[in-house]
Design a protein around this ligand. Structure first.
Ligand SMILES: Cc1cc2nc3c(=O)[nH]c(=O)nc-3n(C[C@H](O)[C@H](O)[C@H](O)COP(=O)(O)O)c2cc1C
Length: 205
Protein backbone atom coordinates (compact mmCIF):
# COMPACT_ATOMS: atom_id res chain seq x y z
CA UNK A 1 0.00 0.00 0.00
CA UNK A 2 1.36 3.38 -0.96
CA UNK A 3 0.07 6.65 0.50
CA UNK A 4 0.38 10.13 -0.95
CA UNK A 5 0.11 12.68 1.85
CA UNK A 6 -0.65 16.14 0.49
CA UNK A 7 -0.18 19.27 2.59
CA UNK A 8 -1.10 22.82 1.78
CA UNK A 9 0.41 25.31 4.21
CA UNK A 10 2.78 28.24 3.69
CA UNK A 11 5.25 27.03 6.36
CA UNK A 12 7.02 23.67 6.68
CA UNK A 13 7.44 24.53 10.39
CA UNK A 14 3.67 24.64 10.87
CA UNK A 15 1.52 22.47 13.06
CA UNK A 16 -0.13 21.23 9.86
CA UNK A 17 3.20 19.79 8.67
CA UNK A 18 3.85 18.26 12.10
CA UNK A 19 0.46 16.53 11.85
CA UNK A 20 1.27 15.26 8.34
CA UNK A 21 4.59 13.83 9.56
CA UNK A 22 2.79 12.05 12.40
CA UNK A 23 0.26 10.51 10.01
CA UNK A 24 3.17 9.27 7.88
CA UNK A 25 4.96 7.89 10.96
CA UNK A 26 1.80 5.97 11.86
CA UNK A 27 1.43 4.61 8.33
CA UNK A 28 5.08 3.67 7.90
CA UNK A 29 5.21 1.83 11.24
CA UNK A 30 3.30 -0.97 9.50
CA UNK A 31 5.55 -3.20 7.37
CA UNK A 32 4.72 -3.17 3.70
CA UNK A 33 3.42 0.39 3.68
CA UNK A 34 5.18 3.29 2.02
CA UNK A 35 4.36 6.99 1.99
CA UNK A 36 5.42 10.17 0.28
CA UNK A 37 4.66 13.75 1.20
CA UNK A 38 3.59 16.31 -1.39
CA UNK A 39 4.09 19.83 -0.05
CA UNK A 40 2.16 21.95 -2.55
CA UNK A 41 3.71 25.20 -1.29
CA UNK A 42 7.32 23.98 -1.50
CA UNK A 43 6.65 22.45 -4.91
CA UNK A 44 5.21 25.74 -6.15
CA UNK A 45 2.01 24.23 -7.53
CA UNK A 46 0.04 26.90 -9.38
CA UNK A 47 -3.61 26.67 -8.26
CA UNK A 48 -4.96 29.03 -10.92
CA UNK A 49 -7.43 27.28 -13.23
CA UNK A 50 -6.18 28.16 -16.71
CA UNK A 51 -7.56 28.45 -20.23
CA UNK A 52 -5.87 25.10 -20.95
CA UNK A 53 -7.70 23.56 -17.98
CA UNK A 54 -10.98 24.97 -19.26
CA UNK A 55 -10.32 23.63 -22.77
CA UNK A 56 -9.79 20.15 -21.29
CA UNK A 57 -13.04 20.45 -19.31
CA UNK A 58 -14.86 21.46 -22.50
CA UNK A 59 -13.20 18.60 -24.41
CA UNK A 60 -11.43 21.03 -26.74
CA UNK A 61 -7.86 20.37 -25.61
CA UNK A 62 -5.32 18.22 -23.80
CA UNK A 63 -4.28 18.35 -20.15
CA UNK A 64 -1.46 20.61 -19.02
CA UNK A 65 1.81 18.76 -18.26
CA UNK A 66 1.77 19.83 -14.60
CA UNK A 67 -1.75 18.45 -14.20
CA UNK A 68 -0.76 15.15 -15.84
CA UNK A 69 2.22 14.87 -13.48
CA UNK A 70 -0.07 15.30 -10.46
CA UNK A 71 -2.50 12.69 -11.79
CA UNK A 72 0.37 10.23 -12.35
CA UNK A 73 1.54 10.79 -8.79
CA UNK A 74 -1.95 10.04 -7.47
CA UNK A 75 -2.21 7.01 -9.78
CA UNK A 76 0.85 5.54 -8.02
CA UNK A 77 -0.96 5.74 -4.67
CA UNK A 78 -3.64 3.54 -3.11
CA UNK A 79 -4.41 6.13 -0.45
CA UNK A 80 -4.60 9.91 -0.68
CA UNK A 81 -4.34 11.80 2.61
CA UNK A 82 -5.07 15.53 2.62
CA UNK A 83 -3.73 17.40 5.66
CA UNK A 84 -4.73 21.06 5.66
CA UNK A 85 -5.58 23.99 7.90
CA UNK A 86 -9.24 25.00 7.85
CA UNK A 87 -9.43 28.41 6.18
CA UNK A 88 -12.84 30.10 6.14
CA UNK A 89 -14.58 26.80 6.86
CA UNK A 90 -13.03 25.10 3.89
CA UNK A 91 -9.63 24.09 2.57
CA UNK A 92 -6.92 26.63 1.64
CA UNK A 93 -7.18 28.12 -1.86
CA UNK A 94 -3.95 26.35 -2.89
CA UNK A 95 -5.44 22.93 -2.15
CA UNK A 96 -8.79 23.82 -3.69
CA UNK A 97 -6.98 24.93 -6.86
CA UNK A 98 -5.05 21.65 -6.87
CA UNK A 99 -8.38 19.79 -6.83
CA UNK A 100 -9.99 22.10 -9.41
CA UNK A 101 -7.11 21.52 -11.82
CA UNK A 102 -6.09 17.91 -11.14
CA UNK A 103 -9.44 16.14 -10.60
CA UNK A 104 -10.40 16.48 -14.23
CA UNK A 105 -13.17 15.18 -16.40
CA UNK A 106 -11.81 12.07 -18.13
CA UNK A 107 -9.52 11.16 -15.23
CA UNK A 108 -11.55 11.63 -12.01
CA UNK A 109 -15.02 11.30 -13.51
CA UNK A 110 -16.63 11.23 -16.93
CA UNK A 111 -19.94 11.44 -18.64
CA UNK A 112 -21.39 8.13 -19.87
CA UNK A 113 -23.24 7.74 -23.19
CA UNK A 114 -26.56 8.20 -21.35
CA UNK A 115 -25.32 11.47 -19.81
CA UNK A 116 -24.92 9.95 -16.34
CA UNK A 117 -21.74 10.64 -14.37
CA UNK A 118 -19.19 7.83 -14.38
CA UNK A 119 -17.06 7.80 -11.23
CA UNK A 120 -13.46 6.90 -12.08
CA UNK A 121 -11.62 6.97 -8.74
CA UNK A 122 -13.13 3.98 -6.97
CA UNK A 123 -9.67 2.49 -6.43
CA UNK A 124 -8.39 5.51 -4.48
CA UNK A 125 -9.06 5.60 -0.73
CA UNK A 126 -9.10 9.07 0.80
CA UNK A 127 -8.41 10.30 4.33
CA UNK A 128 -9.09 13.94 5.24
CA UNK A 129 -7.43 15.70 8.16
CA UNK A 130 -8.59 19.27 8.69
CA UNK A 131 -6.84 21.36 11.35
CA UNK A 132 -8.91 24.12 12.85
CA UNK A 133 -8.24 27.04 15.14
CA UNK A 134 -11.77 27.12 16.61
CA UNK A 135 -12.95 24.81 19.36
CA UNK A 136 -15.25 21.79 19.26
CA UNK A 137 -18.19 23.80 20.61
CA UNK A 138 -18.00 26.27 17.73
CA UNK A 139 -17.87 23.45 15.19
CA UNK A 140 -20.84 21.71 16.82
CA UNK A 141 -22.95 24.87 17.34
CA UNK A 142 -22.80 25.90 13.70
CA UNK A 143 -22.56 22.48 12.03
CA UNK A 144 -19.23 23.40 10.44
CA UNK A 145 -17.88 19.82 10.43
CA UNK A 146 -21.01 18.54 8.68
CA UNK A 147 -20.90 21.43 6.20
CA UNK A 148 -17.29 20.69 5.27
CA UNK A 149 -17.97 16.94 5.02
CA UNK A 150 -20.86 17.66 2.64
CA UNK A 151 -18.71 19.97 0.55
CA UNK A 152 -15.44 18.06 0.50
CA UNK A 153 -16.09 14.38 1.32
CA UNK A 154 -19.34 14.07 -0.61
CA UNK A 155 -19.11 16.98 -3.05
CA UNK A 156 -15.61 16.23 -4.32
CA UNK A 157 -14.59 12.66 -3.52
CA UNK A 158 -18.09 11.18 -3.56
CA UNK A 159 -18.58 12.65 -7.01
CA UNK A 160 -15.43 10.87 -8.25
CA UNK A 161 -16.28 7.60 -6.44
CA UNK A 162 -13.19 7.72 -4.21
CA UNK A 163 -14.17 6.17 -0.86
CA UNK A 164 -13.52 8.50 2.07
CA UNK A 165 -12.18 6.04 4.65
CA UNK A 166 -11.64 8.66 7.33
CA UNK A 167 -12.49 12.31 7.89
CA UNK A 168 -11.13 13.97 11.00
CA UNK A 169 -10.85 17.45 12.43
CA UNK A 170 -8.02 18.20 14.83
CA UNK A 171 -8.87 21.32 16.79
CA UNK A 172 -6.17 22.95 18.83
CA UNK A 173 -6.88 26.25 20.48
CA UNK A 174 -4.28 25.58 23.20
CA UNK A 175 -1.00 23.71 23.74
CA UNK A 176 -2.34 20.55 25.49
CA UNK A 177 -4.78 20.01 22.61
CA UNK A 178 -1.87 20.22 20.17
CA UNK A 179 -0.11 17.34 21.97
CA UNK A 180 -3.35 15.38 21.91
CA UNK A 181 -3.84 16.17 18.22
CA UNK A 182 -0.33 14.94 17.37
CA UNK A 183 -1.04 11.63 19.13
CA UNK A 184 -4.37 11.45 17.29
CA UNK A 185 -2.56 12.01 13.97
CA UNK A 186 -0.21 9.09 14.70
CA UNK A 187 -3.26 6.93 15.49
CA UNK A 188 -4.95 8.01 12.25
CA UNK A 189 -1.91 6.83 10.26
CA UNK A 190 -1.60 3.56 12.16
CA UNK A 191 -5.34 2.93 11.87
CA UNK A 192 -5.28 3.51 8.12
CA UNK A 193 -2.44 1.03 7.66
CA UNK A 194 -4.13 -1.56 9.89
CA UNK A 195 -7.46 -1.25 8.04
CA UNK A 196 -5.89 -1.14 4.56
CA UNK A 197 -7.26 -4.45 3.23
CA UNK A 198 -10.80 -3.46 4.23
CA UNK A 199 -10.89 0.21 3.14
CA UNK A 200 -13.16 -0.27 0.21
CA UNK A 201 -15.56 -2.45 2.19
CA UNK A 202 -16.19 0.12 4.92
CA UNK A 203 -15.81 3.73 3.87
CA UNK A 204 -16.38 6.31 6.60
CA UNK A 205 -18.81 8.45 4.66
C1 LIG B 1 -6.99 32.70 6.35
C2 LIG B 1 -7.32 31.89 7.55
C3 LIG B 1 -8.63 31.47 7.74
C4 LIG B 1 -8.95 30.67 8.83
N1 LIG B 1 -10.25 30.23 8.96
C5 LIG B 1 -10.56 29.36 9.95
C6 LIG B 1 -11.85 28.82 10.05
O1 LIG B 1 -12.74 29.13 9.27
N2 LIG B 1 -12.11 27.92 11.05
C7 LIG B 1 -11.15 27.52 11.93
O2 LIG B 1 -11.43 26.69 12.79
N3 LIG B 1 -9.90 28.05 11.88
C8 LIG B 1 -9.59 28.93 10.91
N4 LIG B 1 -8.33 29.46 10.82
C9 LIG B 1 -7.33 29.02 11.80
C10 LIG B 1 -6.47 27.92 11.18
O3 LIG B 1 -7.23 26.78 10.87
C11 LIG B 1 -5.39 27.58 12.18
O4 LIG B 1 -4.64 28.75 12.38
C12 LIG B 1 -4.50 26.52 11.64
O5 LIG B 1 -5.16 25.29 11.54
C13 LIG B 1 -3.34 26.38 12.57
O6 LIG B 1 -2.48 25.45 12.02
P1 LIG B 1 -0.99 25.86 11.70
O7 LIG B 1 -0.38 26.13 13.05
O8 LIG B 1 -0.47 24.68 11.00
O9 LIG B 1 -1.11 27.13 10.86
C14 LIG B 1 -7.97 30.31 9.77
C15 LIG B 1 -6.65 30.76 9.59
C16 LIG B 1 -6.33 31.53 8.51
C17 LIG B 1 -4.91 32.00 8.33
Amino acid sequence: MHALVVTSHPSAASFTHAVARQVIAGLDAHPGHTSEMADLTAEGFDPRFTATDLALFERRGAADASVLAEQQRIDRADLLVLVYPVYWWSMPGLLKGWIDRVFTQGWAYDEGPDGATVKLLGRLAVQLVGIGGADQGTYARHGYADAMRTQIDHGIFGYCGAPVVGSDFLLHPDAPSRERALRQALDIGAGLAARAPHWHASPAA
